[in-house]
Ligand binder design. Structure first.
Ligand code: PGA
Length: 245
């Protein structure tokens, strides 16, 4: 269960979140719990989560090791800061950062080289769904962003299916729609990396996941977790989501 905080919370608000959140998820061992705060809050989040099983990750990463890339953060820097996880190819990065599938592949590779677990996001826009292009888009995003990995690399990747029309809109995908997309992604994995990889890969659903819809979504066999934006900002609401796992 992953919480993507996007551009929300200061250092102080980060500390306050964990003070409330830690005791609420104490004793949850059945799933990984990861928070993705803004970069500048990572050290505070690490500190505030110390002694718990909660992990902290970056919301984005550059593909290079180091260099003249003003404003960027490398995978090695995230790892050195104690992160084990990173988001790659979130639709907001694709939209505002003009990230392509080729960028997503490079970022995923650099994350893996640094020992991070990348959560690679895919998902169709509303107009693409309306035009009946969902399958085509997911196949393309998989082919461009993930199929270029080796089997060994792919075994360490987590995928997040996030239909863009469901993000921050309150319009969650129905469990059927989400499950269809997850099955499609899994079948692409099977074609490229084989049946064992298709069964093992964790595919999270993201897009308006809330405490009151998460349980139904998690009943779907092909949904292995959730990537949560808005509802991860509140300790009570995100702890309820974690418990639904
Ligand atoms: P949301 O965001 O839960 O606020 O819809 C999900 C995401 O963008 O990862």
């Amino acid at each position: 269960m992953a919480g993507n905080w996007k551009m929300y919370k200061t250092v102080q608000q980060t500390i306050e979140f964990f003070q409330r959140f830690n005791p609420l998820v104490n004793g949850v061992h059945k799933c990984d719990v990861v928070i993705f705060p803004p970069f500048v809050n990572i050290p505070a989040a690490q500190c505030a989560a110390a002694g718990t099983e909660i992990k902290v990750g970056g919301q984005d990463v550059h593909w290079g090791k180091e260099g003249a890339y003003t404003g960027e953060i490398s995978a090695g820097m995230l790892a050195a800061a104690g992160c084990e996880w990173v988001l790659v190819g979130h639709s907001e990065r694709r939209l505002y950062g003009f990230e392509t599938d080729a960028d997503v592949l490079k970022k995923t590779q650099s994350s893996l080289e640094a020992g991070l677990t990348p959560v690679v996001c895919v998902g169709e826009k509303l107009e693409e769904r309306k035009a009946g292009k969902t399958e085509q888009i997911l196949v393309e995003q998989f082919a461009g962003g993930l199929a270029g990995l080796t089997e060994e690399q792919f075994s360490k990747v987590v995928i997040a299916y996030e239909p863009v029309w469901a993000i921050g809109t309150g319009h969650t995908a129905t469990p059927d729609i989400a499950a269809d997309a997850h099955r499609l992604i899994r079948s692409e994995v099977q074609k490229r990396f084989g049946s064992d990889a298709a069964e093992a890969v964790r595919i999270l659903y993201g897009g308006s996941v809330k405490p009151d819809n998460v349980e139904r979504l998690m009943l779907e066999q092909d949904l292995d977790g959730a990537l949560v934006g808005g509802a991860s900002l509140d300790a009570e609401s995100f702890s309820k989501i974690v418990h639904a796992a």
